[in-house]
Design a protein around this ligand. Structure first.
Ligand code: GCW
Length: 684
């Protein structure tokens, strides 16, 4: 059958009869919540849908715990509701917020106990994953999220366009207003909930104050109401100069009493419309946006103004973005470095923020590149909690026209030991809150789904949204297990399907790195036209954006050492700083991030830098040529629509990989005139 993709990995494909018949015949699903807006009730209905599709069983839904011992039933509720129903054995389950426990009794009855409503919903989705993958449920399974904040950001504009979105217009806005028909928003909430994601910022960080007009406030109510039964709360991005723009005030100075009162009023209005609002995401003093520095105030003054406005209303937080930098940086000064900006701007502010301020930090110091070290700011905040910002939308990574399965990249960040204060400090333990005892910290990913039936513009790209949810729940889960599970849920249990998708996906990030930017030089895409797509190594330098390579006829790379360069290596804690300061101890994959070297410099592999460039581009482009052939094995095993959709994109990628290979290789050959040892480059 043809599949549009709207259900993503929640297709609940029917198990073949011989497998389905081994599962119990369920008689009843009992929801211990009868409030139809509760995520517990949503979960019960989802279980009903799942059983009907996966096992072809029509199961009734009850709201009272009245079951005969003989029948196979599923009960779902929270610890509290199980206890009220007399189930004292669940009193001391080791559950954290949003966690759940699955109990499988004699292989037939199942109980799903959430620590809270959302936990019950997440447990139901986990149960359905087991079923869809034809796996046996363990007798008892307890699962807790790694961090409380597991949110997504949408960069949707009010006119319906999406900044860095590659899948059609917004599912939230059009023509200045919230859409009337929010069907896709509900479907999106279902996908998010199914992988444990519990919050969403609905609009672009380059925000427009018209989001706050009365009609759009009502629109926000509708969005929040639709997402709430799925346990997804919403927040908004604010434009710093809204008091001037919308309020008619003469200033937006964060210390001005009228400005403070005005934000107080707006915040009350927002809470009147969305009583469980998450809070505010703020991009300020970044890429031309106004901010507190515009008014001679500190970043903390700006963040705290919003934080105090939120405090009277509940648990709302300010997500203050650390992406603050000067985009008119002078490249002629060897010491200038955009990678230094975050630590410099936030220097001395750690103790200055209100308790409900969280600093949202992109994973690398520059901007979602194919390879970056972790942002040094991750090692500088002790009191102020953080949100780690990732991207699911592949802005620099092929914009969904190239398959790039992202968890292997994310893991380089999660597993990095920053050695803060001389102690083991894995990024994932900082982000979870464990390292510095934060109670509210976690993850955000810029997702940018659009109204295309595939959500992200490509079926394979959805693996990254699924994986994002699972990684934030458990950043130690194997990226290979995640893709296998996703392939089974999305395309089917057949081994050829799972192996092919796993092979392509696991090869995809190193392949894209090979042909788009080696040794930490960044993704050599088009910076100057801002499209961030396709090869354009010349555009990296000679402008104020600071994504420089400093490539000349003899040498290449950013000297970020303390001894002779920008000093960026010195922003890391000592053990890490010493490692990056020295060429010998800097891993090859980050060599050009931290060092400026001749093209003839020899890597640890024994190759010169330039020969590595040539070889890697050939190797990467060659692997990309194999993707369409590998995919061919799926013809007839999956529906033609999705087969053809992916086949088309993989063929395009194979061709574009050749364009990348030759553009980059010829560019550097023209610069340094060093011949390819294998005589391929410059001979076309
Ligand atoms: O990388 C840049 C993007 C901008 C984006 C900005 C940011 C929303 O090119 O499109 O603006 O990052 O993260 O604020």
């Amino acid at each position: 059958p043809s599949e549009t993709g709207i259900d993503g990995w929640l297709r609940y494909a029917a198990l073949p009869d011989e497998l389905a018949s081994r599962h119990p015949q369920y008689s009843t699903i009992i929801s211990l919540a009868d409030d139809q807006c509760s995520p517990v009730f949503t979960a019960a209905r989802e279980l009903q849908l799942g059983l009907s599709k996966i096992l072809s069983q029509n199961v009734t839904l009850e709201t009272k715990l009245l079951v005969s011992a003989a029948s196979s039933y599923i009960v779902i509720g929270t610890v509290k509701t199980f206890l009220s129903a007399g189930r004292d054995e669940y009193e001391n389950l080791p559950l954290k917020d949003d966690g759940y426990c699955l109990v499988c009794k004699d292989g037939k009855a199942t109980e799903i106990i959430g620590q809270n409503d959302r936990g019950a919903l997440y447990g139901a989705f986990e149960f359905l994953r087991f079923l869809s993958r034809n796996q046996l449920l363990p007798e008892m399974r307890i699962s807790n999220p790694s961090a409380p904040i597991r949110w997504v950001n949408q960069w949707d504009n009010l006119d319906g366009s999406i900044e860095r979105g590659y899948a059609g217009p917004s599912i939230f806005f059009a023509d200045g207003y919230v859409l009337d028909d929010l069907t896709r928003v509900q479907q999106y909430a279902r996908l998010l909930a199914s992988v444990g994601l519990n919050g969403l910022i609905v609009n672009n960080v380059n925000s427009n104050y018209n989001l706050l007009n009365p009609i759009n406030m009502q629109g926000l109510t509708r969005i929040a109401d639709i997402m709430r039964p799925w346990g997804v709360r919403i927040g908004v991005s604010l434009y710093f100069d809204t008091p001037k723009g919308l309020g008619g005030l003469r200033t937006s100075d964060p210390l001005d009493p009228d400005v403070i009162a005005w934000w107080g009023y707006i915040t009350s209005e927002l809470y009147r419309h969305v009583p469980d609002m998450l809070g505010y995401l703020i991009k300020a003093n970044s890429e031309g946006q106004p901010g507190p520095l515009t008014y001679g105030r500190t970043l903390a003054d700006g963040a705290n103004m919003f934080a105090r406005a939120l405090q009277p209303h509940g648990d709302g937080v300010v997500m203050y973005r650390a992406f603050v930098y000067n985009h008119h940086l002078d490249e002629s000064d060897w010491k200038n470095d955009r990678a230094n900006a975050a630590v410099e701007y936030f220097d001395g502010l750690d103790t200055q923020f209100e308790d409900n301020v969280i600093v949202q930090i992109k994973y690398g110091p520059i901007d979602f590149q194919i390879r970056e070290p972790p942002s040094p700011l991750l090692a500088h905040l002790r009191k102020t909690p953080i949100i780690l910002e990732l991207q699911v939308t592949q802005e620099y990574l092929g914009q969904q026209d190239h398959v790039v399965y992202l968890p292997p990249l994310w893991k380089t960040i999660f597993n990095f030991d920053l050695h803060v204060d001389g102690q083991q400090s894995l990024v994932r333990d900082i982000v979870s809150g464990q390292r510095f005892n934060w109670s509210r910290s976690g993850y955000a990913a810029v997702v940018n789904v659009g109204n295309d039936p595939t959500w992200l513009g490509s079926h394979l790209a959805m693996a990254n949204l699924y994986a994002y949810g699972l990684c934030t729940w458990d950043p130690q889960q194997s990226e290979e297990d995640i893709i296998q599970g996703w392939a089974q849920l999305t395309f089917g249990l057949d081994k050829t399907i799972v192996d092919t998708i796993t092979n392509i996906s696991m090869a995809s990030w190193p392949t894209y790195e090979d042909y788009s930017g080696n040794l930490g030089i960044q993704t050599l895409c088009d910076i100057v036209t801002h499209c961030h797509y396709g090869p354009c190594p010349a555009s990296q330098d000679g402008n104020g954006w600071g994504q420089w390579t400093r490539a000349d006829a003899h040498s290449i790379g950013m000297d970020r050492t303390v001894a002779t360069g920008t000093g960026n290596a010195g922003q890391y804690p000592q053990v890490v700083a010493e490692q990056f300061e020295c060429i010998d101890t800097t891993p090859d994959e980050l060599l050009l991030w931290f060092h400026h070297v001749p093209y003839t410099h020899r890597l640890k592999s024994g190759k010169t830098v330039i020969q590595h460039f040539y070889d890697a581009h050939y190797a990467g482009a060659l692997v990309a040529q194999t993707f369409p052939q590998q995919w061919e094995a799926l013809r007839g095993l999956i529906d033609d629509d999705r087969f053809n959709h992916v086949a088309f994109r993989l063929r395009y990628q194979a061709g574009h990989a050749l364009v990348w290979r030759d553009s980059i290789n010829n560019f550097y050959y023209a610069k340094c005139e060093i011949k390819d040892e294998r005589n391929r480059v410059g001979n076309h």
